[in-house]
Design a protein around this ligand. Structure first.
Ligand SMILES: [Zn+2]
Length: 217
């Protein structure tokens, strides 16, 4: 039997841009897909962070359906005009990502510090006070003063808060492959999903088992 598998990713390799290699949104939930912009969270060496600059955050948000192309272009222009503010938002995005990953990953004990960070970000986000019709569908009308560059973070923030307060929180799993540790919602009927994806970590584990068996023969 031959098992096709890719070689393990080198943690030192420079991550490709989301423009070239779009994000794999396998988490089943926006907050988890955002957590997965950091790969190899369980690696002994450096994890791999795809959010290398504000543009990557915009590309991720576009791929996740949070921004239209014209909204992303507008924010990119704003970021070019205010690079220091864009850098600050990127740092806030990463802090938010790590706090939500710690609160959601059953193996990582998130506590009061992470909750405080999430609450501070929620307080900075605008209020969602009513729905307005938009083509297609509907959108929140946002109210109040807020840093426009943080816009891609608001839906992630709201999604994280909703997941934390829902029963689905108990279905959050980390990929059984160490170092992968990508997060996903296990929606399988018997709650048995182990891998971020069968094509990737699942296949690698299968190949390893096959190798171990063939050696022990
Ligand atoms: Zn995995």
């Amino acid at each position: 039997m031959t098992v096709r598998t890719k070689p393990p990713e080198s943690p030192a390799a420079k991550p490709p841009s989301y423009a070239a290699v779009p994000p794999r949104l396998i988490g089943g939930h926006l907050a988890l897909d955002f957590a997965n912009t950091l790969s190899l969270r369980g690696a002994v060496a450096e994890p791999r962070d795809r959010l290398v600059d504000y543009r990557e955050l915009l590309l991720w948000a576009g791929a996740a359906g949070l921004l239209s192309k014209s909204e992303a272009r507008q924010l990119q222009r704003e970021a070019q005009a205010r690079p220091d503010a864009a850098d600050a938002v990127l740092e806030a995005a990463k802090a938010l990502r790590e706090a939500t990953a710690r609160l959601l990953d059953p193996a990582l004990a998130g506590g009061p510090a992470e909750l405080r960070l999430l609450n501070e970000a929620l307080a900075r986000a605008p209020a969602r006070d009513r729905l307005v019709a938009r083509k297609p569908g509907y959108a929140w009308r946002l109210d109040g003063e807020a840093e426009p560059l943080e816009r891609p973070l608001w839906p992630v923030l709201w999604a994280a808060a909703e997941l934390l307060t829902s029963a689905e929180r108990e279905r959050v799993r980390a990929c059984a492959s160490d170092p992968c540790r990508w997060l996903f919602l296990d929606l399988s009927r018997n709650r048995s999903r182990r891998w971020c994806s069968m094509e990737d970590c699942g296949n690698r584990a299968k190949a390893r088992r096959h190798y171990a068996r063939s050696k022990s023969r």
